[in-house]
Design a protein around this ligand. Structure first.
Ligand code: 4IP
Length: 124
């Protein structure tokens, strides 16, 4: 019904950032959504299906990208999300937003580590 809340865990942070592709390295503006289990990105805010979800259990670290080479040099407010399989390069709109994303992701990763939760909403 129209009053039913959206399924899934509550959103911790969301907003637009620009991310780099893995192989082709093209930069795309995407809508990012962080919840207590994952970071997903969508083509736009209205989309229902994410292009990809990064599980927080696979995230090793999120921090400001200080060592840059190549086309990373041109990008400010750049942070990286290091996972077991890939490093994501993400450009925020401002230094404040970059720090806010790093803080939110780091907090969620730590929370999951110290208080493992059942992903019960995924079983439906
Ligand atoms: C695409 O480039 C986009 O950057 C994709 O990003 C990216 O996938 C692809 O990475 C890259 O080839 P083109 O559109 O120029 O083809 P998005 O999914 O945000 O559209 P990722 O994995 O970064 O989502 P590779 O690694 O498939 O090349």
């Amino acid at each position: 019904s129209a009053t039913k809340p959206p399924a899934g865990p509550p959103v911790l942070k969301s907003g637009y950032c620009v991310k780099q592709g893995n192989v082709r390295k093209s930069w795309k503006r995407r809508y990012f959504v962080l919840d207590e289990f994952s970071i997903s990105y969508y083509k736009c805010e209205q989309d229902k299906e994410p292009l990809r979800s990064i599980l927080l259990k696979d995230v090793c670290k999120a921090h400001e990208c200080l060592v840059k080479s190549g086309d990373l040099l041109m990008r400010d407010n750049l942070f990286e999300i290091i996972t077991t399989s890939r490093t994501f390069y993400i450009q925020a709109d401002s230094p404040e937003d970059m720090r806010s994303w790093i803080r939110a992701i780091t907090g969620a990763v730590q929370a999951l580590k110290f208080h493992p939760r059942e992903m019960s909403f995924m079983r439906s």
